[in-house]
Design a protein around this ligand. Structure first.
Ligand SMILES: *Cc1c(COP(=O)(O)O)cnc(C)c1O
Length: 458
């Protein structure tokens, strides 16, 4: 492996070996391979609570909960024990062709208890992307059973993220993914409710209405008789923690009530407590017909996703004959056992109550203190989600064009024991739900230091 001169000396000889293996054999997701080969990945070796350690022994506060998923924090033996027990009892059996097993049935019941009252059915998958593929297949099946097979078009949003299978990429609105084979027919997109980036001279309230009205405009343009569903994240995550203006969801609800189309909420990030409620849809008072789940479902300890389905949709497809869809690992017993244990911990340890009443208000108050920093154009957040917009000019919201400020800041964070993610020049966080107030203090202090270092570089 070729190394550039500014790579610091390694303390652990294994670090270089592992980095070389990356260059020789590992094709990593969402990475620039040339750059990755030159620099080598940071090797994460172990974790506990909200902290990670890399192979050089550095301790890092993980303000992204892995990839939005490690809700209960790292190092919970109960989940490892639940997996080991299930592996010994029944490591695998499928749920195809009229079979099932206890963990998948118990988990479906538990999720139905937590979901909104009108949603009582769950289809399991191995990931969030597969959950959204399932959504697409299920809504088209639904309309076929209803005798309206021409209702196939799904409306998504520009800069939405719904995963990286072909259907996930196509439903999402990421141009870079569309450009690499991630498109499908009969999927269209409307603008996102990103006031800071796109609101122009409108107030947030006006812009929220405008963005919601784009949905109605698109339904009328495509024709209600052709539209199957609208899919949206309650709060866009990978797009940059985009919290819609308060007027947005109420106006979307009004529009959805006027037209006979299904509403799919992608709860892969918002689900299982990120907003302090069980689902982002609960937080906003939305009543979706379908909800995609993954990530927090197992706190990321093992892969699992799914689609929660309303009684309205289930009643139709229950009469629709074969649903020709499923995955080998749909409802995997070990994943189901881990999910059950994870949900037990979230409930019994009253993690959502603590987020709602204690730690989320504290995180939001402390994060907003960063708004006075000269590099910061806006700090926004909700529950255990936050975003910091880095700008050149606070008043005009103008960016440092072409400087890669977000990546500079992310580098400083990593080197100073903090993981924040950069989406363009927006720094985002989604820490484990169990982060304490003292750890929040550490997060905010480190973030300020890294903003200072970033500004000094510019
Ligand atoms: C992560 C994510 C997905 C995709 O989940 P995978 O498990 O990576 O397939 C889908 N939707 C949203 C909102 C996500 O954040």
């Amino acid at each position: 492996m070729s190394k550039s001169a500014d790579v610091p000396q390694k303390k652990n000889p294994k670090t270089l070996e592992w980095q070389a293996l990356s260059g020789s054999h590992h094709l990593a997701p969402f990475s620039d391979y040339k750059q990755l080969k030159q620099v080598g990945p940071r090797i994460i070796t172990n974790a506990d609570g909200v902290y990670l350690w890399d192979s050089e022994g550095n301790k890092i506060l993980d303000a992204m909960a892995g990839l939005w998923c490690v809700a209960i924090g790292y190092g919970r033996d109960e989940l490892a024990d639940a997996a080991a027990k299930q592996m010994k009892e029944l490591p695998f059996y499928n749920t195809f062709f009229m079979t099932a097993h206890p963990p998948v049935l118990e988990l479906a019941k538990t999720i139905a208890e937590l979901a909104p009252a009108h949603m009582n059915h769950v289809f399991f998958t191995g990931s969030g992307s597969e959950g959204n593929d399932t959504m697409l297949r299920m809504v088209r099946h639904y309309w076929q059973v209803k005798g309206k097979p021409q209702k196939k078009v799904i409306i998504g949003r520009i800069n939405g993220y719904h995963g990286s299978t072909v259907a996930g990429a196509a439903l999402g609105g990421m141009q870079g993914m569309h450009d690499q084979g991630g498109t499908l027919p009969d999927i269209v997109h409307i603008p996102q409710p990103y006031w800071f980036g796109e609101g122009g001279d409108m107030s947030p309230a006006e812009f929220g209405i405008w963005a919601a009205d784009q949905l109605e405009k698109k339904i009328l343009e495509v024709g209600e008789d052709k539209v199957a569903a609208f899919i949206a994240e309650p709060i866009q995550g990978a797009g940059g923690v985009i919290i819609p203006p308060e007027t947005y969801w109420p106006r979307v609800r009004e529009i959805l009530a006027k037209y006979d189309i299904l509403f799919a909420a992608d709860e892969v990030i918002c689900g299982f407590g990120r907003t302090g409620e069980w689902f982002g849809s609960d937080y906003y008072g939305n009543t979706p017909d379908l909800m995609t789940i993954a990530k927090g479902l197992t706190s990321g300890y093992i892969p699992m996703g799914g689609l929660i389905v309303s009684d309205k949709v289930a009643d139709v497809i229950n009469e629709g004959g074969d649903f020709n869809h499923g995955f080998t690992y749909s409802g995997h017993p070990v994943a189901a056992a881990v999910a059950l244990e994870n949900l037990r911990i979230i409930r019994e340890e009253k993690i959502l109550e603590n987020v709602r009443e204690e730690t989320a208000p504290y995180l939001q108050k402390r994060l907003r203190e960063l708004a006075d920093h000269p590099l910061v154009g806006e700090v926004r957040g909700l529950g255990m989600l936050g975003a910091i917009e880095l700008v050149k000019d606070k008043a005009t919201r103008a960016r440092y064009e072409g400087k890669g400020v977000g990546m500079i800041c992310r580098g400083h964070c990593f080197n100073n024991g903090l993981i924040m993610r950069a989406v363009g020049d927006t720094m985002i966080i989604a820490p484990p739900l169990v982060i304490s107030k003292a750890e929040i203090d550490e997060l905010v202090e480190k973030a300020r230091k890294c903003l200072d270092l970033t500004l000094a570089d510019l």
